[in-house]
Design a protein around this ligand. Structure first.
Ligand code: ZN
Length: 383
């Protein structure tokens, strides 16, 4: 789930750094990855989808060298502007997902916004989709990625390394941005000396006792990754798929019922398993003809496997392994729809986000109460 405010590395322990590289993969990426690997350093590479598409072999190398691959959109747009211009931000992250997923050694997708530009509106737009439930980000930084401007302005690599060292020593910890490639300024690409900069800087930092971790090793990020992600699915009549007893579901649930809460398991290849509020999987393997029940087992078989077909931003169709679609019949979830036109289109809602928004509303109410008390006290003073 996307956060309204960017995540950062301010809570990292002293002398702990996260090296992150943006805008690749490009011609320097394999050598940078190898140099770090040889120094036992794991880094995070936020790749641009349109470049990653052409270099699956580099993605594989990054994975093999224990680096984390993150999502940096497909075309590197300024997201707050892009969303205001009716650009499809979801498409930017999902197209990139498809390319990087086989090479990400984590069940989560880590994200950095181009230029670090972000807004609550972008977060909200991205959180509409069931496909971004496992996304974590955006990640900001403490030590900015100004290397590309040093190369643009023909800095000596020694001066650039010195400036990075000064910035790092000033902060003492944090997330560092560098550029293994440069997304927007093709004329600067041939001037990129970030590999040579690393060859000067890394031995100095190791000498000074700095340690390097991946972004997914930051304690607060681990906590976010461990959060249970729950959601609801409701039909066009506003009825929720809901647990009614140990093994049965109905599509009659009202909003706000904890029995509506579901969880998703990504099985790869667009296939998923869905868990009801009692942690049992949706299953087409029950005795009752076509009725979807809850499986009395923990192993996922073909009966518990569904194709997830997104419909626009927040719609979901589920197809069973026998080719039938899930539909609703007299308030029951069934697997008898033979054609997609008979399938139920369920609306997805991210429950974690709702809870967060409710908290914000509560906080707003407390603030309002405080303001009222303040005004009252002022009025009393006047009297
Ligand atoms: Zn970038």
């Amino acid at each position: 789930m996307y956060q309204s405010n960017s995540l950062n590395g301010t809570e990292l322990p002293d002398k702990t750094l996260c090296l992150t590289f943006d805008d690749g993969p490009g011609i320097h990426t394999p050598e940078i990855a190898r140099f770090l690997f040889e120094h036992h350093i794991k880094a995070t590479f936020f790749v641009v989808g349109k470049y990653a598409y052409h270099h699956p072999e580099i993605l594989l190398q990054l994975k093999q060298m224990n680096h984390l691959i993150g999502n940096h959109t497909f075309e590197h747009p300024d997201m707050p502007y892009y969303v205001s211009a009716d650009g499809n931000v979801l498409d930017q992250v999902l197209r990139t997902d498809t390319i990087i997923k086989p090479y990400v050694d984590s069940p989560n997708i880590y994200f950095r916004a181009p230029y670090g530009k972000w807004s609550a509106e972008v977060a909200n737009e991205l959180n509409q989709s069931i496909l971004t439930l496992n996304h974590i980000g955006p990640f900001h930084w403490e030590i900015a990625g100004v290397d590309c401007y040093y190369w643009q302005n023909n800095w000596l690599v020694t001066d650039a390394a010195e400036r990075y060292l000064t910035d790092i020593e000033r902060e003492g910890r944090g997330i560092i941005v560098m550029h293994d490639d440069i997304a927007d300024m093709d004329v600067v690409k041939p001037k990129n000396q970030t590999l040579d900069l690393l060859k000067i800087l890394i031995p100095q930092l190791l000498e000074l006792g700095y340690k390097f971790i991946r972004l997914d090793e930051i304690e607060s990020v681990k906590k976010i990754a461990a959060e249970k992600l729950v959601f609801t699915l409701h039909n066009k009549k506003g009825k929720y798929i809901s647990l009614i007893n140990e093994f049965d579901l109905e599509v009659e649930g009202k909003p706000g019922n904890p029995n509506n809460l579901l969880q998703l398991e990504d099985l790869g290849y667009g296939k998923v398993a869905v868990k009801a509020a009692n942690n049992l999987y949706f299953s087409t393997g029950g005795d009752k003809t076509f009725e979807v029940v809850l499986a009395n087992k923990i192993i996922i078989t073909e009966n518990e496997t569904f194709d997830l077909i997104p419909v626009n931003a927040n719609g979901v169709i589920l197809r069973c392994t026998n080719g039938n679609y899930l539909s609703v019949n007299h308030g029951k979830l069934t697997s008898q729809a033979q054609f997609i036109r008979q399938a139920a289109i369920f609306k997805f809602a991210n429950h974690n986000l709702q809870v967060k928004n409710e908290l914000t509303l509560n906080q707003k109410f407390l603030l309002f109460k405080k303001q009222v008390l303040f005004i009252k006290s002022k009025l009393l003073q006047k009297v």
